[in-house]
Design a protein around this ligand. Structure first.
Ligand SMILES: Nc1ncnc2c1ncn2[C@@H]1O[C@H](COP(=O)(O)OP(=O)(O)OP(=O)(O)O)[C@@H](O)[C@H]1O
Ligand SMILES: [Mg+2]
Length: 244
């Protein structure tokens, strides 16, 4: 169980006008609960999902650039200062494993692993990732290798758009792997646009809008409704978009 709340009125005036406080969903955020084993954050592009996910991850002890808790590499300091105004409250239970996936920085993470593997005297870390450098695997292969070989349960896993690497059938594999990790006492917080991932049973789904974050049912999400309509009516849909 994780709750985040915003510490109000502590930020300097000039910070209140700039990123990330110029994002309406962030300004309107009071408290958000992550009560289920799986919580999704979804919604239109540019509304603040990655900004929020990153701030939660930093507050939970992860490197802003992604990776496990032991990773401490820096390529560029692009993270917002939102984390310093969020309070994260958690139940007494502390997880043993953890991973923060920032889709854009998976490449840097893979490079950092290679560098660690180059150091003599350490056990080969890549064994945890299927025995092959992540750079020698495709984007999707390396992410599946991470899910299957590196994550072992009792974990807090924070993923930003994990579907960007995955085919539809690999997303189904991801759902199966998530279930195994949830059965081993893990918690997921995932930002996604994927109608397939959102179908994870009994998950909380927050839809972000300019007014804040709202809990919705799977079948009320735009992802579900648009996909359903598109699959059954794609020719009509394309006609409406100006094709033919
Ligand atoms: N480093 C930054 N500096 C200034 N503005 C930023 C920065 N990063 C993001 N923004 C702006 O903040 C807003 C929210 O961005 P964010 O990446 O959190 O959106 P998102 O909901 O994750 O979108 P998407 O679905 O496209 O991933 C956007 O308008 C974006 O342009
Ligand atoms: Mg994003």
């Amino acid at each position: 169980m994780i709750y985040i709340s915003q510490v109000k009125n502590h930020k300097p005036i000039e910070e209140r006008k700039a990123y990330p406080y110029n994002i309406p969903s962030i300004v309107n955020l009071n408290e958000l609960g992550f009560r289920k084993s799986v919580t999704f954050i979804t919604g239109e592009n540019g509304l603040g999902k990655s900004t929020l996910i990153e701030a939660i991850a930093i507050n939970a002890g992860f490197n802003p650039e992604g990776g496990g808790r032991n990773f401490n590499f820096r390529t560029q300091d692009s993270h917002s200062n939102l984390f310093s105004y969020l309070r994260l409250t958690r139940s007494a239970y502390r997880e043993k494993d953890g991973f923060f996936l920032r889709a854009e920085s998976f490449y840097n993470f893979a490079s950092n692993l290679d560098e660690l593997d180059a150091e003599p005297g350490l056990p080969p870390i890549k064994d945890y990732y299927g025995g092959k450098s992540l750079h020698e695997q495709s984007h999707g292969e390396s992410f599946l290798a991470l899910l299957v070989n590196r994550l072992y349960g009792n974990g807090l896993y924070i993923f930003d758009e994990p579907e960007s690497a995955l085919s539809i059938s690999s997303q189904f594999k991801m759902l199966v792997r998530m279930k195994k990790l949830v059965d081993k006492n893990s918690q997921f917080i995932i930002s996604t646009h994927s109608p397939f991932l959102l179908a994870y049973p009994d998950a909380d789904i927050y839809v972000v809008s300019h007014t804040g974050f709202e809990l919705v049912d799977y079948e009320s999400t735009e992802q579900y409704r648009l996909m359903k309509y598109f699959v059954g009516n794609y020719q009509r849909f394309l006609l409406d978009l100006g094709f033919y």
